[in-house]
Design a protein around this ligand. Structure first.
Ligand SMILES: [Fe+2]
Length: 90
């Protein structure tokens, strides 16, 4: 589970670097979303390990994050980067 949190942090850091370097206009709200997702993710993991949350609920959250964040918020960033010719494939 720690590896997944580290992966999320690395992924978010990489995106945030691209947002800053490209002058992405929605960077503030996107970064707030990253912080919210990480905070919720870490809370869900703590709840899971303290038996206050089921493994199924944790998996549902991870799936929702993957679907909702990457297919909505990240898609807008990818479009911005493509339009500025800063990204070949995302
Ligand atoms: Fe993102």
């Amino acid at each position: 589970m720690e590896e997944l949190v580290l992966y999320a942090k690395f992924h978010f850091f990489a995106e945030e670097s691209m947002m800053i370097n490209s002058g992405y206009p929605d960077s503030e709200s996107h970064m707030k979303e990253h912080a919210r997702v990480l905070s919720t993710f870490e809370k869900k993991i703590d709840e899971y390990f303290s038996n206050a949350e089921t493994g199924e609920a944790l998996i549902v959250f991870i799936f929702e994050w993957l679907v909702l964040h990457t297919l909505d918020v990240d898609k807008k960033l990818a479009a911005h980067l493509h339009s500025h010719r800063l990204l070949g494939g995302f």
